[in-house]
Design a protein around this ligand. Structure first.
Ligand code: EPU
Length: 424
């Protein structure tokens, strides 16, 4: 078990670099299954989820190798396997993104159903309905999905669910439609920058896609896709987490190699809270002044406030000068961090799909547990601001999506150390 030991109270200052977006890199890696030729991805973050995806793909006969210059080279040439490793898929939902590429390129996919997780119920009905609309024979036995098709056929597919468009569902259906016969129209498509980036990679491989970044995608299927080289977009969630670390400690820090154009909702919320934010040359700088003002946010699909930042925003608001409400309309039960923040002295209450936050003047260090990646990030932020020592248990969960977060925070002046201990 990994723990992070934090001594809080130091304002974070200086500059740190953002890495590539995990949630763009993962479906791109799965899309390598489609290519008759090597796919070379630059700026892939070295996070646990990427390692897990590489293992899933290796099991499917896709060679994944880090190159000396740091890029990830994927070669699916000749691979025929269709059955994804159950333990790995259950460990990481995003490995479900191999479903579309496998069925469209190899004619068959057997992928375990990923099930729920710490951030709530996470069905895959829209992924399955989308592939069925493209003509795949999709069967589930409660534990796994078996999808097969000689060749998928273009069709009209809608990706809108009860909480908005599905991000990885859009990735799965888009990655399948590119090799289908004829034209596919995907309505209610996710417009997240990571999906746009996936579409750009697919286009470089030879796919014909119109409407990227809009809710309607038109895909004209091609017979074959080739290899391609692509640089993954910067990780807007990592960038934001670092900025929020500066905000919560009332520091002054810049994040370089970022894509501030993908971060409007957060930058607006920071501005409303009274932080001074400057953007330019792919960098974002945040300067804190007085105690933050309370700002309500509601997590929504892009370009709304990201659900992946809702826990970290709650941590910042725990120290605001007043009350606010943080809602999540994407994952209405993503509030496991609330009880843990209370252990640090935060005045936060859970009400349905919202956290009611009454800012307090100070947080005090305590022992807390990271239930998942972003809840863990929220606890780290709160620990950096709290007086005294905070221990974040199960901090390995942060490594799933943050590359060396503790090192980056240390480079900004945080007092944070990592300890590995065997499980009791
Ligand atoms: N939904 C359905 N049916 C489906 C799929 C989704 O009803 O078939 C619902 C979900 O229950 C949820 C909403 O639709 O209420 C949105 O879920 P979505 O499918 O968009 O989430 P996801 O694709 O599984 C991705 C990210 C998440 C991020 C969400 C929302 C990846 C690999 N994961 O998940 O990232 O929170 O979109 O933006 O891209 C993270 O990085 O920490 C993380 C959880």
């Amino acid at each position: 078990m990994t723990r992070l030991l934090i001594t809080g109270g130091r304002p974070l200052c200086g500059a740190a670099a953002a890495g590539g977006a995990k949630n763009a890199a993962l479906p791109m890696m799965a899309a390598a299954i489609l290519a008759d030729g090597p796919v070379r991805l630059e700026n892939v973050p070295r996070v646990e989820d990427v390692r897990t995806m590489a293992r899933v793909l290796s099991g499917l006969g896709v060679e994944c190798a880090w190159q000396p210059a740091g890029e990830l080279l994927l070669r699916a040439d000749g691979g025929r396997a269709c059955s994804a490793d159950g333990r790995l898929v259950r460990r990481m939902r995003a490995s479900f993104c191999v479903l579309g590429p496998l069925v469209t390129r190899r004619g068959r996919a057997e992928v375990p159903l990923p099930g729920g997780c710490a951030i709530g119920d996470r069905p895959v009905d829209l992924h399955l309905a989308g592939l069925a609309a493209l003509g795949a024979d999709v069967r589930t036995d409660g534990a796994r999905v078996v999808a097969s098709a000689k060749r998928l056929r273009g069709a009209a597919v809608d990706m809108t669910g009860p909480c908005g468009p599905t991000v990885t569902g859009t990735a799965n259906v888009l990655s399948a439609a590119v090799l289908a016969k004829g034209e596919t129209t995907i309505t209610g498509a996710a417009v997240e920058p990571e999906i746009v980036d996936l579409g750009r990679l697919l286009a470089k491989m030879g796919a014909r896609i119109e409407g990227l970044g809009t809710p309607t995608l038109r895909v004209r299927g091609v017979d074959q896709l080739g290899g391609a080289a692509h640089r993954v977009v910067p990780d807007r969630i990592e960038t934001a987490t670092l900025l929020l670390a500066a905000a919560v400690t009332r520091g002054d820090a810049a994040v370089t190699g970022a894509a501030p154009e993908h971060m409007d909702a957060l930058l607006r919320a920071l501005d409303a809270a009274g932080f001074h934010v400057e953007v330019g040359g792919g960098a974002v700088r945040l300067r804190a002044g007085a105690r933050p003002r309370p700002v309500d946010v509601t997590a929504l699909p892009f370009p709304g406030f990201p659900s992946d930042l809702q826990p970290q925003w709650t941590a910042l608001m725990a120290l605001a000068d007043g009350r606010c409400t943080v809602r999540d309309r994407v994952f209405p039960s993503r509030f496991a961090h609330v009880d843990q923040l209370r252990r640090l002295g935060a005045d936060v209450a859970r009400r349905a799909a919202a956290a009611l936050v009454t800012g307090v003047g100070r947080l005090v260090g305590a022992e807390v547990t990271a239930s998942d990646l972003r809840a863990g990030a929220a606890l780290v932020l709160a620990g950096l601001a709290a007086e005294g020592k905070t221990v974040v248990r199960r901090a390995g969960r942060l490594d799933r999506g943050y590359e060396r977060l503790d090192e980056k925070l240390r480079s900004l002046g945080a007092e944070i150390a990592r300890r590995h201990e065997p499980l009791p």
